[in-house]
Ligand binder design. Structure first.
Ligand SMILES: [Zn+2]
Length: 565
């Protein structure tokens, strides 16, 4: 299949709290790396995200603070949108599911499926809190997981074993509002009969054998367990109202409306472009490649429920890839916001250059298994890879040329085998980065890019230009010419990972405008001769100061002392 364009979606974060490093590692850094890489290649790519402003976690947070849900979502929509910008996560559009466009789009989607006779409507016994006089969907109820016996499982999902649940499955259910034991009471809801989509899902999965093993495995285990009827409505007041008569007090289930948020956000983006129907190109043209970036807790929604909805609707493209990540742990422990075991992005940004965080997390991504963020490992990565190798190489090369060549790239003559081999490594590493990026192996891509810096740094040391400068000036000139090419090439290879730092390095190399990596120069411009002889360099400066032990110690103590809820 030849695709003309790529639509990238990043999981919509709940607007009920700030973002932490786990969010960055799960979906948003990978999606940003991929988007930046495709843009460097000059491809047509659209990156969509937004706030998920419905669902029980939001109403629960509102009740806890004694404010309306709108106050909560306004606060965290703004904070999270700004945090993404601070971390260089570039979305073409960041929407929110409380918008009028979204409500209308979700309701129309529901009505289309209703009119097609897709839903089953049935009455069910559901948990009801008599003292609060309300039904207890999803996270309004806690209890013991029937699969792993974790005693803090929510009514919609067990966060210990990841199993998706319905509230009535919980052993010893307790109301999250009053702490009382709920009773069962009859209520009527609309259900998506997922079992009927099994043949579709199976044959669709057969065409995606290239997906990550853990993603395929989770989907397969869902299908093997048996796909039941899934309620797509809830007895709640906060959410998208069910657009039918006799549905008072009912809203769409948040996991029915949230993924439609990708579509409505694209509509709002198209509106801003002055071409309101342009969203259709990205959602309904078969030559669009749809890629969902998510964490593993969202696999069932993006690989079972949403595709079934899209298939039932009939007018939409389906995901071509869902490169879901596993979880990032913190200092050997599971991240937990309620236990205060997390690093909050909006706080961290004031304490460190965010490109360092981007690089370290890229090297630590939980791509195929859970991984660990540790401050000592962060310090090692920054000090070794960035300061000692990349920064040292760039600074040595550029300052040497400034000092002894007046900042002008010398003309090479009779290049040695080693010179030619080093220049060729630009192509080799560029291809390695490319292949890893295409395969959603971002950790490998970061490694391949950094390998070029290692090659350059070793080459510079082994060539000893400080000696050849006197003994054989042409040999020295050749070394400086080759090193400058490697240095310039690094700005391309590492640009997706460290956009700001590589922009600075590009300025030091005097490569067009400082924003060249997103605009006028492309991936194909990264060759074995980027800088011609006679080219004048810009000002050089140290790019990566080392991280001191005291700073790491401060971060560790801060984490140990962070309050739990
Ligand atoms: Zn469990």
């Amino acid at each position: 299949m030849n695709f003309k364009r790529t639509l990238i979606t990043s999981a919509l974060p709940y607007a009920n709290g700030p973002l932490h490093i786990g969010h960055l590692a799960g979906a948003y850094l990978p999606s940003d790396l991929y988007t930046r890489f495709l843009r460097l290649r000059g491809e047509d790519v659209l990156h969509i995200c937004g706030s998920d402003e419905h669902g029980v976690p939001i109403t629960l947070a509102a009740e806890k603070e004694g404010v309306s849900p709108q106050v909560i979502v306004d606060r965290y929509h703004e904070l999270n949108k700004n945090t993404f910008e601070d971390y260089g996560i570039e979305f073409d559009y960041y929407g929110r599911t409380s918008s009028a466009t979204h409500h209308k789009t979700a309701q129309e989607f529901f009505l289309t499926l209703d009119q097609k006779g897709i839903f089953k409507k049935k009455s069910e016994q559901q948990l009801f809190d008599e003292s609060a006089n309300m039904f207890l969907p999803d996270r309004y109820v806690k209890g013991t997981c029937p699969h792993c016996s974790f005693d803090q499982a929510y009514g919609d999902q067990c966060e210990s074993c990841g199993t998706s649940l319905s509230p009535s499955e919980l052993i010893h259910p307790i109301s999250a509002i009053t702490g009382t034991t709920p009773i069962l009471k009859e209520t009527e809801h609309w259900f998506l009969p997922l079992g009927e989509f099994e043949p579709f899902l199976t044959s669709w999965m057969d065409t995606h054998k290239d997906w990550k093993a853990h993603v395929q495995g989770q989907i397969q285990s869902w299908i093997t367990q048996g796909l039941g009827d899934r309620a797509v409505t809830r007895d709640l007041t906060w959410g998208v109202p069910v657009p039918l008569e006799n549905a008072d007090g009912k809203v769409l289930y948040v996991w029915f409306d949230a993924p439609i948020g990708y579509i409505s956000a694209t509509m709002e983006w198209a509106e801003l472009q002055g071409d309101p129907s342009k969203w259709k190109t990205y959602w309904q043209d078969k030559q669009t490649r749809l890629v969902h970036f998510i964490g593993k807790d969202n696999i069932v929604f993006h690989c079972i429920i949403f595709p079934s909805m899209l298939h039932a609707h009939g007018e939409y493209v389906l995901a071509d890839q869902v490169p879901a990540n596993e979880f990032l742990n913190l200092e050997g422990r599971k991240l937990s916001t309620s236990k205060g075991w997390a690093i909050w992005l909006h706080e961290l940004k004031n304490e460190i250059d965010i490109d360092l965080i981007r690089y370290y997390i890229a090297c630590t991504l939980p791509e195929n298994k859970d991984s660990d963020f540790s401050w000592s490992d962060f310090q090692t990565r920054v000090n070794n890879d960035l300061a000692d190798v990349l920064g040292n190489f760039a600074f040595r090369t550029l300052s040497f040329i400034h000092r002894f060549e007046n900042g002008v790239i010398p003309t090479p003559q009779n290049l040695s085998e080693e010179d030619i081999k080093t220049l060729k490594s630009i192509t080799t590493q560029k291809e390695a980065v490319e292949q890893a990026m295409e395969g959603f192996r971002f950790k490998e891509a970061a490694g391949a890019a950094m390998e070029l810096a290692r090659i350059g740094n070793r080459y510079f040391s082994d060539s000893e230009p400080w000696k050849t400068r006197k003994s054989d000036p042409q040999l020295c000139a050749n070394t400086l010419y080759v090193s400058a090419q490697v240095c310039a090439a690094l700005t391309w290879l590492l640009a997706p990972f460290m956009p700001t730092k590589m922009s600075q390095l590009a300025t030091q190399c005097n490569l067009g405008s400082s924003e060249h990596l997103s605009s006028d120069l492309l991936w194909t411009d990264c060759t074995e001769e980027i800088i011609k002889p006679g080219h004048e360099l810009g000002e050089g400066a140290v790019l990566f100061p080392k991280i001191e032990d005291e700073w790491i110690q401060f971060q560790r103590e801060k984490l140990q002392n962070s309050p739990s809820e």
